[in-house]
Design a protein around this ligand. Structure first.
Ligand SMILES: *[C@@H]1O[C@H](CO)[C@@H](O)[C@H](O)[C@H]1NC(C)=O
Ligand SMILES: *[C@@H]1O[C@H](CO)[C@@H](O)[C@H](O)[C@H]1NC(C)=O
Ligand SMILES: *[C@@H]1O[C@H](CO)[C@@H](O)[C@H](O)[C@H]1NC(C)=O
Ligand SMILES: *[C@@H]1O[C@H](CO)[C@@H](O)[C@H](O)[C@H]1NC(C)=O
Length: 384
């Protein structure tokens, strides 16, 4: 027991040392991480939902045009018109776009997995699916949870590394992205028109679930983890359409719903407190908090400064109404229309951002000040 513990911490230290060395030198400007392992929901799904829909033989609006129109020129399962934060991250680290786990599993393409795997699935929640079922909260079709993604991860480890130390090395050399996850949990509760206190009471449980996943990954050898908070839900055109009313308080500089943004702020604060505690317990592991909320809020506060000339709160793709969002006719469905220039919009479909907004957020996070510790001080990423 004592022996295995000390050899374990030696491995941890060794991997940490190598990462520090690689990132210190300009020789390896893009060589800090040999792969990215990602968990999350539709904010970072690069195609698992597409595989899941195909396996289950269902059609989803997100698999129809205009999704993907700007960059991939076809729907890929990504919930945007183009690339996501995770795509910009992979590009900047000189790695391929993350293959969705379910796709590579079907094609046995495990060699490719060595440079990264994406376990994120659209509509996934941090809480177990049973949480929603037990409370009678309806969930989107094909909704899954973080627990399943961790199970997939452990399952795929056995096909990409050969023994415990080999696996620990692989995980240790990877950049682990834990999300964003949690936004979908609150989304489910809001979409089902539940009282706001049901969201509030779920927050500590959502955080516990994210933290448990982080601990499990550290136990498996993770050395560098990025754990994002969630986006300002009160600024999304879906929340504004479904929950806006004359009784709601609106932020007078952004037009966002104050109550829902306060919930997000509370979630993010609790997450950071728990991450700080975890960092103290694991001084050899690098735990990076990514402030998605403020990286997005800077845009909502001054959309014109960022070139979003049609404002920030109206969806580019939708079927009418004040915010161009209608729950029964979402983007990708028959009656939805798409704006002429998505680059002028922050909000893509009511729940997700446009590629251009994601790119700005990516830069603010990974090349700018919105990560703690600052990602660019650990690993300088290329500018593009
Ligand atoms: C992938 O591997 C499984 C199990 O080894 C096998 O049954 C399946 O036919 C393989 N699929 C392809 C597409 O090669
Ligand atoms: C673990 O696997 C690696 C890579 O295949 C190999 O080099 C190493 O010798 C193995 N270690 C043990 C203890 O089996
Ligand atoms: C916005 O609201 C704040 C506090 O509620 C108030 O102090 C401020 O004057 C308002 N600004 C404008 C432009 O109305
Ligand atoms: C949303 O779309 C449905 C179906 O087309 C329509 O009946 C309804 O009036 C729309 N709701 C709003 C608020 O426009």
């Amino acid at each position: 027991m004592a022996l295995s513990l000390s050899s374990m911490s030696f491995t941890s230290f060794f991997v940490f040392y190598i990462i520090q060395q690689l990132c210190g030198g300009s020789l390896y400007a893009n060589g800090c991480y040999t792969s990215i392992i990602n968990f999350g929901d539709s904010v970072s799904d690069t195609g698992n939902i597409k595989e899941l829909a195909s396996i289950s033989d269902v059609t989803l609006p997100v698999l129809q045009p205009p999704y993907g129109e700007t960059f991939f020129h076809q729907p890929t399962g990504r919930c945007s018109n183009g690339r996501l934060i995770i795509d910009f991250l992979a590009e900047s680290l000189g790695l391929p776009f993350l293959p969705p786990f379910l796709h590579d599993k079907e094609t046995n393409n495990t060699e490719y997995m060595g440079q990264g795997v994406n376990y994120a699935v659209g509509a996934a929640t941090a809480l177990d699916t049973s949480y929603f079922i037990e409370r009678g909260i309806s969930t989107p079709i094909l909704s899954t949870d973080l627990g399943l993604q961790l199970a997939w991860f452990k399952q795929s480890l056995s096909s990409i590394c050969s023994n415990i130390s080999d696996c620990r090395n692989l995980v240790g050399r990877s950049l682990i992205m834990m999300g964003e996850i949690g936004g979908g949990d609150y989304n489910n509760i809001v979409m089902d028109a539940r009282p706001i206190k049901e969201i509030e009471s779920s927050i500590p449980l959502v955080i516990d679930s994210i933290i448990s996943a982080v601990i499990e990954l550290i136990d498996l050898g993770a050395q560098t983890l990025v754990v994002p908070g969630i986006f300002p839900l009160g600024c999304s055109s879906s929340f504004l359409s479904l929950r806006g009313s004359e009784n709601e308080e609106y932020d007078n500089t952004t037009g966002c719903l104050v109550r829902f943004n306060k919930i997000v702020e509370y979630h993010n604060q609790l997450l950071q407190t728990k991450l700080n505690h975890l960092q103290e317990l694991h001084p050899n592991v690098i735990i990076i908090y990514a402030d998605y909320y403020n990286a997005a809020m800077q845009i909502f506060r001054s959309p014109y400064k960022f070139g979003f000339t049609d404002g920030a709160l109206k969806a580019c793709c939708g079927s009418g109404g004040l915010y161009n969002y209608n729950k029964s006719e979402p983007c990708g469905s028959t009656f939805a229309t798409v704006c002429d220039d998505p680059n002028m919009y922050v909000d893509w479909d009511g729940l997700h951002y446009t590629e251009r907004a994601y790119r700005i957020i990516f830069k603010s996070l990974f090349q700018g000040p919105y990560t703690t510790p600052q990602f660019s001080s650990l690993c300088p990423v290329s500018t593009s």
